[in-house]
Design a protein. Sequence first.
Length: 166
Amino acid sequence: MTGPDLDAEDTAQRLAAAFQRVHVERMSGLPILNPSLAVQVVGGTILGGDWLGVLVTPWCMNLVLVPGAASANRPGPVGIKQMVALPAGGVEMIGSEESGIGPFSACSLYSPMGDFADQAAAVATARAILEALLLPEQASPKPAVVARPVAGVSRRDLLRGVFRRG
């Protein structure tokens, strides 16, 4: 599904449709679903010929990269990790594939989604994360005061929610 005509809006619509099918066909009734949330793609943009956006679902929030035709970011087989260079720095992503999308890479930001009160909160979080990842590394916001440093947690890990996984 990639090609020279990779279009931001079309790719976002195909991703949303594919994961709406996943929601109905594979996830329906599972206890990890947050009933206050729906499948939504946030901020899809073309970056270096690839599509990049955030997928919000009732069970997870993922950064998603759909490679363009000439992409250097070809996802490997499903489940294989790769580093993807973004303006804010490298992000580890995992190869995946869905009907209607084809091969893509994803980075889990949140899972499960129980901490989000509603769709607006999930979407606002997704937008903030994507905006931070699209800032050049030296321009990324740094915390002014850190009350207690957390050993072994990078800014990337913080964005991906590693600190919450304990």
